[in-house]
Design a protein around this ligand. Structure first.
Ligand code: HEC
Ligand code: HEC
Length: 313
């Protein structure tokens, strides 16, 4: 957990202890009448003929107020306050650490992982290419996907702008089981530099190169032939290092194939110009710390199952 700055730390202490002290003073003030005896004096309030006696608070009642303050102090000692740790400990990663919500959460996740480990271990020995035939394993993978991956890739894994479709057998980083395991474990970061390898690219060159990119596409996109021709030279200089001489992309750089109809950010003239002008930087977060090898194995099998059937077409 990030520590609070000195100011906020003092602020928290001042408010908490200030409140406790104020409550204590209030209780003392309210129970100051030492005389425990009943009185016949009234407060002067009368409702429907019922009068209110001015008796001191019953002692057990006052003690209950004091007890809440003692409880508060004990609670703070146990759980900590601001940057101060309490005496309670939880086990994380085999070590006893001071209690915090984060530590407690980590502890619960660890306990859960230990509990579910056998579920995943029984699939670990089966290669992913075979695991795709195991309905039960795929359902387990799908559940992990739904709660951890679908925020970005969509619940049907079809992706959206900037987040690749995982069902189409068109891969930025490769679609073999090994590639998928690597992507999930270590994450990926696609870096398309603004203006490619020619930071001095003029606006005119951007427009021309975008037309050239559209001209390369199999999908019969419309383009301006003269501008496309002028953009070819820039593309060869500034773009082929990553996208390949044939513009079909490269798995090592994660640079997409620009000749097919699968777009990560969009194939309209506007989107392509935006991509070239500003660059793109898609990031797939590494999952190696969150999931065990066996869990990633099952997850990768699920991802692989979404598109592998197209291989045999
Ligand atoms: C924070 C958003 C986010 C989350 C969460 C996320 N991904 Fe990704 N993922 C991405 C982005 C963005 C890319 C593309 C990276 C790039 O543009 O270079 C990607 C790429 C991938 C790829 C490579 C696709 C290809 O074409 O090569 C796979 C496989 C993948 N993700 C699987 C997963 C799985 C499985 C999970 C859940 C454990 C997951 N992702 C969670 C954002 C996310
Ligand atoms: C350093 C490597 C590199 C260079 C140089 C480079 N690109 Fe890229 N390009 C990428 C990567 C990686 C991506 C994917 C970005 C992501 O995953 O967020 C990309 C994405 C794109 C896209 C988006 C494709 C889609 O599916 O939406 C277009 C268009 C594009 N590049 C065109 C160009 C052009 C034109 C040039 C030359 C001016 C160029 N790139 C130079 C690496 C590069």
């Amino acid at each position: 957990m990030d520590a609070l700055s000195t100011f906020w730390n003092i602020w928290v202490f001042a408010i908490v202890f200030g409140t406790l002290i104020a409550c204590g003073l209030l209780i003392r003030f309210a129970s100051n009448q030492t005389d425990d005896g009943e009185t016949t004096e009234t407060t002067g309030h009368v409702y429907d003929g019922i009068e209110e006696y001015d008796n001191p608070l019953p002692r057990w009642w006052v003690m209950m107020f004091w007890a809440t303050i003692v409880f508060a102090v004990a609670y703070i000692a146990a759980y900590g306050l601001g940057n101060m740790n309490g005496f309670l400990k939880v086990e994380v990663d085999g070590k006893q650490v001071p209690w915090s919500q984060t530590a407690q959460w980590q502890n619960e996740v660890e306990q859960f992982d230990i509990k579910v480990a056998p579920v995943f271990e029984k699939y670990a020995a089966t290669p992913i290419v075979e695991l795709v035939n195991n309905e039960e394993a795929l359902q387990t993978g799908q559940r992990i996907f739904a709660s951890n991956c679908s925020v970005c890739h969509g619940s049907s894994a079809k992706g959206s702008q900037g987040f690749p479709n995982l069902t189409d057998n068109d891969w930025l980083y490769g679609g073999t089981p090994e590639d998928i395991v690597k992507t999930i474990t270590h994450g990926r970061h696609g870096m398309m530099p603004a203006k490619g390898l020619m930071p001095t690219m003029t606006d005119e060159q951007i427009i021309q190169t975008a037309q050239y990119v559209r001209s390369l596409n199999d999908d019969d996109l419309t383009y301006d032939a003269a501008q496309a021709e002028a953009g070819a030279g820039v593309f060869a200089q500034a773009c082929t290092a990553c996208h390949g001489a044939d513009a079909k992309g490269m798995l090592i750089t994660g640079a997409p194939n620009l000749t097919d109809n699968v777009w990560l950010y969009g194939g309209s003239t506007k989107q392509i110009e935006f991509t070239i002008r500003n660059g793109r930087s898609g990031k797939m977060p590494a999952q190696g710390d969150r999931f065990s090898k066996e869990q990633i194995h099952v997850l990768a099998a699920y991802v692989y199952s979404l598109s592998y059937k197209e291989d045999t077409k």
